[in-house]
Design a protein around this ligand. Structure first.
Ligand code: IVH
Length: 700
């Protein structure tokens, strides 16, 4: 394609995709199919790679991430980011209205909005283009998080309509509850600490260095406030400005209500206090704003907040109860989590009997004693949480809660990793909750999917001595299974306390189903087998990345920390954990037994039967831009001829296939390891493809 044609097509696709993005995310009214959207996005991405000079800062391809922010630049806010005064009762709101009426001797209308529970963001637009996104920081200066914010699909990169040439939009970045739950599930799989609530998760996500991971976590944003010089000459009310901004492309909530008195305001507050749990994101109150800009100007500001607005905070759902005892739970990775057993109490519609105490620091921070009266909340958090101790009610002579020094299950002395607060049981292969946890993870739906071995059966097989590790599963036979029977105790997933009993028995059908599921699991692709091994910090996504980058288990087993950290998205923490896992001979033995059982330990190649496998056994690292192929295209060609692609150069790489603009670091690395660097033409010779010289003149 000629450069001018490419420039035009890139502009056209960018505009159309951004418009479709608006239709889909803001209007919830898509006008093309997901497939068409993806095809167009792919075309755009291909053209931008081929013609990087035409890549626009507003390109919809930025939304999938890729940019890395090594350090977030601190920048000054053009307009300070103030906060809001809080109120907690009808009296507080009545007082607020009375105060306002003292200055304004006319009718006042209030714009009532949801108070989003996330973190505030300032979005700066120049000529309709998002040029900068800054966090609140200390209100005067914040961090420039533009690259990460561009991945949020409800934030427009380019506006439409009659927007002002320069203005700022303020809003809230939130993590929707489904994104939050998915993220915590992934973190639980990886053995990473869970986020306590969506706000913390959103804050943690916005500060990630890798914007691809930010994109993956699916943040969302709602805008609620416009800022510019002479705003009141354009609009006379806040509501009007919000409605206009919605037309320009901003995600403005539908749940806004104009109210004239305290009763109308309280109808809105009470409605959302009850219905807030039905929203797909967390809110923690209602914000009231004087609607008229002229009246806002009369009212002005205090040093910290506008006098024309107030936040009404919903009551934290909090109760006091007694701390009865503390259990120490052992996780799949050996982490010891203290769990409080509480005198049962009603909270937000459920009976709460337990709460997490997180770790030793948490117990110390509250100086917890047995019998203490503790305050428990359940506000958007996944599990109830202790937020305070009522010292006035501490009984005399009570004992402080002490963290255990030895594993409550196997008795091993606990250890602590440098820089971590958590204590671990080091008896990885001999401590029953860790062993069972690993087996349960292995058979899980996202891992080997051996569903028929679900709840209770693993426990029975473990107690019968039939499975001590995941490899033992493949030694099970009909004779070993048939007839096994036991009444088992079902434990609470979280506290491991008994909650019910159930009879588990292996009749003919059960035994056959299990053997069948085990057989089928031998076809589970390598990336899922790797995930199933349960290596700390290796969740589903990381397992895929490692499998595709290093191709087979032997490369992974032998990869150094340095080799692994060269792979996109693999940091030192993950690499060290993988290395530790495979440095343990017992894990290698398990892998060898699983290999012998027939599980897949190599990434499945796309085979092209009609092509000669002339590159069989050869590994390639592809780098740079090519004349006749897209990057993906040349990789597919390598695979079609039996070769394999690896993403980072190691001593095991056979060739580096270099196009234009190959990175200097890669070149240095290849040269230092003496790995041949070949050109596109060399590659084509290898696969027996001779291109005709381009026709440049007359043939005689
Ligand atoms: S207006 C001048 N509207 O609540 C203040 N803030 O506690 C402009 N918030 O920092 C803020 N929802 O992060 C406004 N509908 C809403 C809001 C909202 C959430 C946050 C915002 C602010 C904090 C104050």
């Amino acid at each position: 394609m000629a450069p001018e044609e490419a420039r035009q097509r890139i502009a056209e696709l960018s505009e159309e995709l951004e418009r479709q993005n608006y239709n889909y995310y803001i209007l919830a009214n898509p006008t093309i199919s997901d497939y068409e959207f993806d095809m167009k996005l792919e075309e755009l991405s291909r053209l931008e790679k081929e013609f990087p000079q035409f890549l626009l800062s507003t390109s919809p391809t930025q939304r999938v991430g890729g940019g890395v922010t090594k350090e977030f630049k601190s920048v000054e806010h053009r307009y300070p980011m103030l906060s809001l005064a809080n109120s907690y009762s009808k009296e507080d709101i009545e007082e607020f209205i009375t105060r306002i009426k003292k200055t304004i001797n006319e009718e006042v209308e209030f714009c009532c909005e949801l108070k989003f529970d996330g973190l505030s963001i300032s979005l700066q637009y120049e000529d309709g283009v998002l040029v900068r996104a800054v966090t609140r920081g200390d209100g005067t200066r914040g961090d420039d998080v533009t690259t990460n914010v561009k991945t949020i699909r409800t934030i427009p990169l380019k506006l439409q309509g009659d927007f002002p040439p320069f203005f700022e939009m303020r809003g809230e970045i939130v993590m929707p509850l489904d994104s939050f739950n998915r993220l915590n599930e992934e973190r639980a799989d990886e053995g990473s600490q869970l986020f306590a609530n969506p706000r913390n998760a959103a804050a943690g996500t916005l500060k990630l260095q890798d914007s691809r991971e930010v994109a993956h976590r699916r943040l969302d944003s709602y805008e609620y406030y416009m800022m510019m010089d002479d705003l009141e000459t354009r609009f006379s009310t806040h509501y009007e400005s919000l409605m206009a901004s919605r037309k320009w492309g901003f995600n403005v909530s539908n749940f806004i209500c104009l109210c004239k008195n305290v009763d109308e305001i309280f109808d809105f507050i009470n409605y959302w206090d009850e219905k807030r749990h039905e929203l797909p994101f967390a809110i923690d109150g209602i914000v009231l704003k004087v609607n008229s800009f002229a009246q806002q100007q009369l009212l002005g500001f205090t040093a910290k907040s506008p006098k024309w607005a107030i936040a009404y905070k919903f009551k934290a759902e909090e109760v006091e109860t007694e701390l009865l005892s503390v259990d120490f739970q052992v996780g799949r990775h050996g982490t010891i989590t203290p769990v409080a057993n509480l005198a049962p109490v009603q909270l937000a519609g459920t009976t709460v009997k337990r709460a997490t105490l997180n770790n030793e620091d948490f117990i110390r921070q509250f100086d917890l004693h047995y019998g203490d009266t503790v305050s428990v909340v359940k506000g958007g958090e996944i599990i109830p949480k202790i937020i305070g101790v009522n010292l006035n009610r501490r009984k005399e002579g009570v004992e402080p809660v002490k963290f255990v020094t030895h594993c409550p299950i196997c008795g091993a002395e606990l250890v602590q990793n440098e820089g971590e607060v958590a204590w671990y049981c080091p008896n990885t292969l001999g401590c029953s909750p860790q062993i069972r946890g690993r087996i349960e993870h292995f058979i899980g739906r996202k891992a080997m999917n051996i569903e028929s071995l679900g709840e209770g059966k693993v426990e029975l097989l473990y107690e019968e001595g039939l499975i001590k590790d995941v490899a033992d599963l493949y030694d099970l036979t009909y004779d070993k299974l048939f007839g096994l029977e036991k009444v088992i105790t079902i434990q609470d997933e979280y506290s491991l306390l008994p909650v019910a009993t159930r009879k588990v028995s292996f009749k003919e059908k059960t035994a056959l189903n299990i053997l069948d599921a085990l057989e089928k699991s031998k076809n589970v692709p390598f990336e899922r087998v790797l995930f199933a091994l349960g290596i700390k910090f290796v969740g589903e996504t990381v397992a895929k990345t490692l499998a595709f980058a290093l191709h087979d288990i032997d490369h992974i087993i032998n990869a150094s920390v340095e080799e692994m950290t060269q792979i996109d998205e693999i940091g030192e923490k993950i690499a060290l954990s993988v290395r530790n896992f495979f440095d343990d001979e017992r894990n290698i033995e398990i892998v060898n037994r699983l290999k012998a059982a027939g599980l897949r330990f190599v990434v499945e190649e796309k085979q092209a039967s009609d092509k000669e496998q002339v590159l069989a056994g050869k590994s390639f690292v592809v780098s740079g831009v090519f004349e006749h192929y897209s990057r993906d295209g040349i990789k597919e060609t390598i695979e079609a001829y039996g070769g394999k692609n690896v993403s980072s150069i190691s001593s095991k790489t056979d060739f580096v296939l270099a196009g234009d603009k190959m990175g200097p670091e890669k070149r240095k690395k290849a040269e230092s390891l003496n790995i041949p660097i070949i050109t596109e033409a060399d590659f084509e010779k290898m696969i027996g493809l001779e291109r005709q010289e381009e026709f440049t003149g007359l043939l005689f």
